[in-house]
Design a protein. Structure first.
Length: 212
């Protein structure tokens, strides 16, 4: 199967099967393959890939509830029913792409740091555009690897990036997670693609791709 055919299989999975959960060994092998293949500016990999497996139902429930923050006055709606549009946060495997301070940089970068070269991407909250781009590259590559194994994926951005998770959710497992770039859900989809609104479609390609 060519790469275009692989990515055509993707849709934003909402619900995932609870009676057919991918093995941790499979998910870990896909993560390792993505890590080994991914490009990173000067090989820094300035983000963390945190995995919440099938056993972490409690924290996923809290995240799902908190993901309703933007539906009313941009405040967490923890006392209301979670929004169905973010139920994918309850997937068997929930991947959190988060910021990290880079203290394990390679000798090549160390030489430049010692010479006084500024490296904002080494710091928490530093060089966010570059880190966001790299996270997108990792997630896209991981998506393709998942699709090849007939796994479904979805993405969630329904949290305020400027607000640490600790201020939205009280849970010790989130205390060391600072800025979150993206949530990615992985598992076997329970059902097919959801139906888009008939007036929800992409803009004309000529508005997006421009040759000069």
């Amino acid at each position: 199967m060519d790469i275009a055919s692989v990515y055509k299989k993707r849709f934003q999975a909402r619900r995932f099967k609870k009676d057919n959960i991918p093995s941790k060994e499979l998910i870990n092998s896909l993560l390792e393959t993505a890590f080994n293949l991914i490009s990173s500016k000067q090989s820094l990999v300035p983000y963390k890939v945190i995995v919440f497996g099938p056993e972490h139902t409690e924290i996923k429930q809290k995240l799902w509830e908190a993901a309703s923050w933007h539906w009313e006055n941009k405040k967490p709606q923890l006392d209301t029913k979670p929004h169905k549009g973010t139920i994918q946060l309850m997937a068997p495997y929930l991947i959190c792409f988060a910021d990290r301070a880079v203290n394990d940089y390679n000798p090549s970068v160390k030489k430049k740091v010692d010479k006084g070269h500024p490296y904002s991407s080494l710091k928490l909250y530093g060089d966010i555009p570059n880190k966001s781009t790299e996270v997108g590259m990792f997630a896209t590559l991981l998506t393709g690897l998942c699709l090849e194994k007939n796994l479904s994926v979805s993405y969630t951005l329904c949290f305020p990036m400027s607000t640490p998770l600790q201020k939205l959710i009280e849970d010790d497992s989130l205390l060391d997670i600072n800025l979150v770039f993206l949530w990615m859900s992985i598992g076997y989809a329970d059902g097919g693609n959801f139906t888009l609104e008939e007036d929800e479609y992409k803009p004309p390609i000529e508005n997006i791709i421009e040759w000069r």
